[in-house]
Design a protein around this ligand. Structure first.
Ligand code: NIG
Ligand code: FE
Length: 391
């Protein structure tokens, strides 16, 4: 059994009860890692012996970010679409079809290279758990291979065959829903942990969403959904009703939506994706309204080539603080423990004995600097399963 001590930690974010405040902060702390797990957390004065040591030099140490919403399996990009939006074009989601065409035409190795590049990019920015969706294949073989490739780098894989009705089914969406619930789900389910639907005007309505999530749950997948991104709609309340782990975007909410989320008591997390509002020049979700109502909030990147081509959780934290009136502390919690809640995980998003030794050492004395110093590469070192990653 090999052990590693990270010591001289000026500010340790544990996200656990014993420390101060909502982040469970301990000062002048040390963490012992054994076999990829946190074995001990305590004062720096009395560190246990270890085979190896990393000196944090007084810096802040946080749990690795849990990015609970990303679309990393795709080919091509949509930079021109982005430029057009910045010149005033609206975002409709219709560009998904452009990426579907490119993804279907790509080889496995091309898709694998993109998944690995983005996964590596995220890891260097402190993300140690990332959920990865399919959704740019929209055929049985293309959705299946997307999930197979996602599963090569993450255990959090999500079947999003219901991302959009593909062009060849445009005049018979019910048939496409039948395909998703039938042969596509059967082929995808062995490679997926979750099922997701883009519940939005122009994508899937309430009846389709209910049908798809229900058959996914019957096949053993957990439910999550894209809801209320482009306008108000049934998604959020449907997600709560069906026991979804998370409803994502939550940009356009009625009071009844907020009440439903508050009533879920944390069982359904509201995952906010400010990279999407940034990149579509849209109004940001009202995080303050959700937090004040007692809703559990997560932050994630939504990394995808259309609405949010960023893998950076620090960027999302900065946006959440500046544009969504979250405090820096709330944003860091949402990007770590919140993401873990959205994935129903208790082994990540916190640094307590028994948790995975997924952590980052900042080039800064406090978690506050993540929002305070936007755009600055503050992640000095990342440990994933206790293993230091390449810088
Ligand atoms: O979460 N809204 C649906 N899906 C993605 C966008 C995908 C795309 O535009 O390619 C999202 O924003
Ligand atoms: Fe998304």
């Amino acid at each position: 059994m090999s052990s590693l001590l990270v010591d001289n930690i000026g500010e340790l974010v544990t996200n656990a009860g014993a420390g101060d405040g909502p982040l469970g902060i301990r000062r002048n702390a040390a963490v012992l890692v054994e076999d990829g797990l946190v074995a001990w957390v305590g004062p720096n004065r009395y560190p246990p012996p270890a085979d190896r040591r990393i000196d944090a030099e007084g810096a802040a140490v946080l749990p690795g970010f849990v990015d609970s919403h990303a679309h990393l399996v795709f080919a091509g990009d949509r930079a021109a679409e982005f430029a057009a939006r910045m010149a005033g074009e609206p975002y409709t989601g219709g560009g998904i079809r452009t990426t579907v065409g490119a993804t279907r035409a790509a080889t496995d190795d091309e898709l694998r290279a993109t998944v690995r590049r983005l996964h590596g990019e995220a890891l260097r920015q402190g993300t140690t758990t990332v959920e990865i969706k399919s959704g740019y294949g929209l055929t049985v073989p293309d959705e299946t291979r997307s999930l197979r490739l996602a599963a090569e780098v993450s255990e959090e894989t999500t079947f999003l065959g219901a991302h959009l009705v593909p062009a060849e089914y445009a005049d018979r969406p019910d048939d496409y829903v039948g395909l998703v619930c039938g042969p596509m789900l059967a082929a995808a389910a062995p490679h997926a942990r979750w099922i997701d639907v883009f519940c939005e005007r122009g994508a899937f309505d309430a009846d389709h969403t209910r049908a798809i999530l229900t058959c996914g749950q019957a096949a053993g997948l957990g439910a999550r959904l894209h809801a209320n991104q482009l306008g108000q709609g049934p998604g959020v309340q449907l997600g709560v009703e069906l026991g979804a782990a998370s409803v994502d975007h939550c940009t356009h909410l009625t009071d009844a939506d907020v009440d439903a989320l508050a009533g879920a008591g944390g069982a359904t997390v509201a995952t906010l994706l400010p990279g999407a509002e940034f990149s579509t020049r849209s109004p940001y979700p009202d995080a303050r309204r959700l937090l004040d109502a007692g809703v559990t909030v997560a932050l994630a990147t939504d990394c995808n080539p259309g609405s949010s081509y960023t893998s950076s959780m620090p960027f999302c934290i900065a946006l959440a603080v500046r544009e969504m009136r979250m405090s820096p502390t709330e944003a860091v919690w949402a990007a770590t423990a919140g993401g873990a809640a959205a994935l129903r995980r208790t082994d990540v998003g916190q640094l307590t004995p028994g948790a995975r030794a997924d952590l980052m050492i900042l080039d800064a004395p406090s978690h506050l600097h993540l929002a305070y110093r936007p755009g600055v590469p503050l992640i000095r070192q990342v440990l994933h399963n206790g293993v230091p990653q390449c810088r």
